[in-house]
Design a protein around this ligand. Structure first.
Ligand code: GSH
Length: 200
C-alpha cells in the first residue's frame, strides 16, 4: 500500500499512527506529497487532499477516517474502531470531534499563514477559535473517562492536540485544561506518536 503523506499533515499522521499501532507499518510505503504543489495526487484523491491511500489492488482511498478504518480491517488484533455496540458510537463521535477540531485548526492555519494579509477575514478566524475552545472544553470533561484507551477517537484527538502545539503553541490550549494536558503528556510518549511528530 502507498500512503500519500506529508510530515506537517495531522490528517495523514492519524493514518500512520493507526498503521504503527496495528503492526501494519511494514506494509505501508509512505510517499511524501504536498497537496499544495503540482503533482499526480488527484489521480488517487480527486479532492487533491492528503492523506490518500493506494491499496495493493490499486484503489485510491480517502479521506483519513476511511483510510484508518480500512487499515483497521487488515490486522488480527483488537479493533481500534469497535465493530459494534455503544463503544463504536462513542468512538465514532470522538473521531468526529478530533477531526472537527483539526478542520477548525487547519482552517485557521490557512487563513493566518497562507491567505494574503489584506484578504484575511477576522470573523472567520474568531469562529474557528470558538469551535476549537468549545471542543477542547468537552475533551477536558471527557478525557478522564478514557482510561488507557488509545482507539480511533483518541488517535484523532492526540493528533489534533499535537497540531495545536505545532502551529498555535502561543494559543496555549493547556490553560484551564489540566486533565487533557495530563492525558496528552502520557499519550505523546507512545512510540507511534514520537515517531510521527510533525516537522517542516
Ligand atoms: N477530511 C480530510 C481532510 C484532509 C485535509 O484537509 N488535508 C489537508 C492537509 S492537512 C490538505 O490536503 N489540504 C489541501 C486542500 O485543502 O486543498 C481527511 O480527514 O483526510
Amino acid at each position: 500500500m502507498k500512503l500519500r503523506y506529508s510530515t506537517t499533515s495531522p490528517f495523514a499522521r492519524k493514518c500512520l499512527v493507526v498503521a504503527m499501532e496495528t503492526g501494519l507499518e511494514d506494509r505501508v510505503e509512505v510517499v511524501i506529497t504536498s497537496p499544495w504543489a503540482e503533482s499526480d495526487l488527484p489521480k488517487d484523491n480527486p479532492l487533491g487532499k492528503i492523506p490518500a491511500l493506494v491499496t495493493d489492488g490499486g484503489e485510491g482511498l480517502f479521506d483519513s477516517p476511511v483510510i484508518c478504518e480500512y487499515l483497521d480491517s487488515l490486522h488480527g488484533g483488537v479493533r481500534l474502531l469497535p465493530p459494534e455496540g455503544g463503544k463504536r458510537w462513542s468512538q465514532l463521535r470522538l473521531v468526529a470531534l478530533g477531526d472537527g477540531l483539526l478542520d477548525a485548526l487547519v482552517a485557521k492555519r490557512v487563513e493566518t499563514a497562507m491567505r494574503p494579509e489584506d484578504k484575511r477575514w477576522g470573523n472567520w478566524i474568531e469562529r474557528q477559535d470558538k469551535a476549537v475552545a468549545r471542543s477542547l472544553d468537552v475533551l477536558e470533561d471527557e478525557c478522564t473517562l478514557w482510561g488507557s484507551d488509545f482507539l480511533m477517537g483518541q488517535i484523532a484527538v492526540a493528533c489534533a492536540l499535537s497540531y495545536a502545539d505545532f502551529r498555535f503553541a502561543a494559543d496555549g490550549w493547556r490553560t484551564g485544561r489540566p486533565r487533557l494536558a495530563a492525558w496528552f503528556a502520557e499519550i505523546a510518549k507512545r512510540p507511534s506518536m514520537v515517531r510521527s511528530e510533525p516537522k517542516e
